[in-house]
Design a protein around this ligand. Structure first.
Ligand code: A2P
Length: 285
């Protein structure tokens, strides 16, 4: 259940294919992390620009309508997990066995086509926050995706002295995608050169599980309320003078954190009115 299924394919092995679907892109890599989670990479349209942390609509063609004989695209919002400078696009997805899209999407293979509407939007962007010293990323489950983008975005380290990433999942295996991504930053020659050698030392990673034994158990919200998370991390509770935050998780999590932030005195920001924190919901099937 918690081991990584090695289904990686080398991007180099993919022969370019002429897209046959509207806005089609070609899958270049698929990795299955658990029986509930997978990530994949695909080609990126040359003209597509986005800000790290944004999301796009992606999907597949739906079933043929027996009455009309026609097929319609089945699209869902997905946070882009790759940074804005990456020449490909990466996504991190849940697998829902009876989900209209992910029941099919989980079976994609290298060389397959995925529909991408190249119109990125979203609030988990640096532009929606006012300057601060410490940036917090709060994720549950696949809510880690936009932070996988922002953790590889040079501006994150240019704008802040410290980055704290908390990730709460049910089981330990669900943390692997995020943990490996953070580990890989240490050896990323390009980022160490562009941002500065040892940039990754600014990251404090705080993974927790709620339904399976791990080094740290509990919901991040409870661990913050009790003060345990701040003690473990060696930082003070969030404060509007120094702290900025981005939230991406399930609805109950987003709402609970919002309430907590308002108590800390933080105000919600938006692209049109930057402030102390921003919220996005994880996009589940
Ligand atoms: P729990 O197992 O206690 O429900 P899900 O898979 O349901 O989206 O949940 C992902 C993770 O988010 C789980 O570890 C879950 O904990 C946690 N979670 C769910 N709701 C909240 C909440 N309101 N505050 C903090 N964590 C939450």
């Amino acid at each position: 259940m918690n081991e990584i299924t090695p289904v990686t394919n080398a991007a180099a092995a993919v022969a370019p294919k002429t897209p046959t679907l509207p806005d089609a892109q070609t899958v270049t890599e698929v990795k299955h992390w658990t029986d509930r989670l997978f990530s994949f990479r695909m080609t990126r349209p040359a003209s597509m620009r986005f800000r790290s942390g944004e999301f796009v609509m992606i999907g597949l063609m739906g079933d043929v309508n027996p009455k009309t004989g026609k097929q319609k695209p089945l699209l869902r919002a997905y946070s882009i997990a790759s940074p804005s400078w990456d020449e490909e696009l990466e996504f991190y997805s849940i697998k829902v066995q009876d989900g209209p899209l992910t029941s099919k999407l989980q079976h994609i293979k290298v060389g397959d086509e995925v529909i991408l509407r190249p119109k990125p939007v979203g609030t988990l962007v640096h532009d929606a926050l006012i300057p601060g010293k410490r940036l917090w990323f709060f994720a549950t489950g696949t809510g880690f995706a936009p932070f996988a983008s922002l953790l590889r975005e040079p501006q994150t380290y240019e704008d802040y002295d410290e980055i704290v990433i908390t990730h709460t999942c049910r089981e330990a295996g669900e943390l692997t995608y995020g943990r490996e991504l953070i580990e890989s930053l240490k050896d990323d020659e390009l980022l160490n050169e562009v941002i500065g050698e040892g940039f990754w030392k600014k990251i404090k990673y705080y993974p927790t599980t709620t339904r399976e034994e791990s080094a740290k158990m509990g919901r991040i919200t409870d661990l913050m309320k009790s003060g345990e998370a701040f003690k473990d991390l060696g930082v003070e509770p969030l404060n509007p003078d120094t702290d900025r935050a981005m939230i991406c998780g399930n609805l109950a999590f987003n709402l609970e954190l919002k309430d907590m932030f308002e108590e800390y005195g933080l105000e919600e920001g938006a692209n049109s009115k930057p402030a102390h924190y921003v919220v996005e919901k994880a996009f589940l099937d």
